[in-house]
Design a protein around this ligand. Structure first.
Ligand code: C2O
Ligand code: CU
Ligand code: CU
Length: 479
């Protein structure tokens, strides 16, 4: 018997209680925030009802007069959490309701190259009122996210970033599953959007927002079952900010890193040892809530020496008396362990732009400024002919990419379509956890290892979008 388990979202950031799935497909599609999830049996793509998404301009009130000119997939609400299921096909029709071109990228998902959403590299930009169909079957469970890859800076800074959850086929034992999409907005006192790009910022650490939000809310509080086990999925979707996360002092552990179950423990973040997590990265945390009704725990980020709250959770109801020990490890994703002995080493250098100039064509929002480079070549912009890959890899082989940061800034370096393991650093011991985005410290060199098992041209760039758009971008070819 085929049973569709659709899941939807609410305007308060797209989270939902497990207990009240809407079962009416029409309602849920009208709410336009739902994802195609099939349970029970394998569906073929043609049997899946497409999820209809439409990017649009909207307005939303943060803590001041409503901000206009935001970009979302819903009216007056953040982009929804989309829930897919591992190994089940998803069909997503994205209609561009904006005047600018767009595309959608599914960050961290290992999918066919043509579905990757990178303008000119994998598809043509989607024009106003056009629809592009993204169809793929996610092979890995975990926490991912989505964002445009054309007019990236503007559309993301103005709100178009959402969490994509790929559920494990079987229940993994939590009482609550809560996703927090962390991003800043840059607003003036009247709620107007301030410029998201400044040459000064782009040439340094980036232009920071001034309004910290989780699911577009300022320090929201979520009610969760007292004494329950909560899976907290945190995604940093900001264009610039590197968070230094501090978690509440209670029993919990980090269960997944950048989508994948951890191989090696990641220390619990405290005020003394906050967790660095950069744009593009995700962390899944298992938390055991306090027993007492009304008890509140909060998470925050350190800015300088100040702890700024991001969100809190409140225990409600009679304690469920759960125990962290009841959680089995998350099932591993089917990833191909690279063969380090056979791996060829390729070095890639991230730094300034040698000559400092650059006249990009402006397509898809690339900047006329050129500050950054890979191997001393700044990305010349989208749709520039004859731009080769920064590395050409043979399909099926193992590689070590030696990523050398020659700059005093930190860069979250992201690779599309493949995942990799950090295997060495000249500055610290990195846990060997699978990832798609590695945060390079100042002057750090990190070796990452991968199996080049997904063919295509895969974008490879810094996820500080001002760096990406002023040169710190390229692509890796697997063929
Ligand atoms: Cu999250 Cu190329 O992007
Ligand atoms: Cu990506
Ligand atoms: Cu960067």
């Amino acid at each position: 018997m085929m049973q569709a388990a659709y899941k939807t979202v609410k305007s308060d950031g797209g989270n939902m209680k497990r207990a009240n799935f809407p079962i009416n497909r029409r309602n849920f599609l009208l709410a336009s925030g739902a994802a195609v999830v099939a349970g029970g049996c394998q569906l073929r793509a043609e049997e899946v009802e497409p999820l209809q998404l439409r990017s649009r301009l909207t307005s939303y009130a943060f803590d001041r007069p409503a901000t206009r000119g935001l970009v979302s997939l819903l009216d007056n609400a953040p982009p929804p959490v989309i829930r897919l299921r591992q190994n089940q096909p998803a069909v997503i029709d994205l209609t561009n309701g904006l005047d600018d071109y767009t595309t959608m990228h599914w960050h961290g998902v290992r999918l066919p190259n043509a579905m990757d959403g990178v303008p000119y590299l994998t598809q043509f930009p989607i024009a106003k009122d056009e629809t592009f169909r993204y169809a793929y079957t996610p092979p890995d469970a975990g926490t991912y996210w989505y964002h445009p890859h054309c007019m990236t800076m503007k559309q993301m800074a103005h709100g178009l970033t959402g969490i994509l959850i790929v559920e494990e086929p079987d229940d993994v034992g939590f009482d609550e599953d809560l996703a927090l999409n962390l991003k800043d907005f840059r607003l003036d006192g009247d709620g107007r959007l301030l410029p998201f790009f400044t040459p000064k910022g782009a040439a340094r650490a980036g232009t920071l927002g001034n309004t910290l939000t989780a699911n577009w809310r300022i320090n929201p509080r979520h009610d969760v079952p007292a004494g329950g086990l909560v899976r907290l999925r945190i995604a940093v979707t900001d264009t610039t900010r590197l968070y230094r996360l501090v978690l509440p002092d209670l029993s919990g552990r980090i269960v997944a890193w950048d989508g994948h179950p951890v191989n090696e423990p990641v220390p619990w973040p405290t005020m003394e040892t906050p967790l660095w997590i950069g744009p593009g990265q995700r962390v899944d945390i298992a938390l055991r809530m306090p027993d007492g009704e009304g008890a509140e725990v909060s998470l925050g980020t350190l800015i300088g020496a100040t702890l700024r709250p991001l969100a809190s959770l409140r225990s409600v109801g009679k304690s469920l008396k759960r125990d962290l020990a009841e959680l089995r490890p998350l099932p591993p994703n089917p990833l191909a362990e690279p063969d380090l002995k056979a791996a060829e080493v390729r070095e890639l250098v991230f730094g300034w732009t040698p000559d400092g100039n650059g006249q990009r064509n402006g397509l898809c929002g690339s900047s006329e400024f050129s500050f950054w480079s890979i191997d001393r070549k700044p990305w010349p912009g989208d749709a520039v002919p004859n731009v080769g890959p920064v590395a050409d890899l043979e399909r099926g082989k193992s590689y070590v990419l030696r990523l050398r940061n020659e700059s005093p800034n930190m860069h979250p370096i992201h690779l599309h379509g493949l995942v990799f393991l950090p295997v060495a650093s000249n500055r610290r011991r990195l846990p060997r956890n699978w990832t798609d985005t590695i945060l390079l410290l100042k002057n750090e060199t990190v070796d990452i290892a991968l199996t080049a098992d997904n063919p295509g041209d895969w974008a490879f760039h810094c996820h500080v979008i001002e760096h990406q758009k002023t040169g710190l971008a390229g692509y890796i070819r697997v063929s």
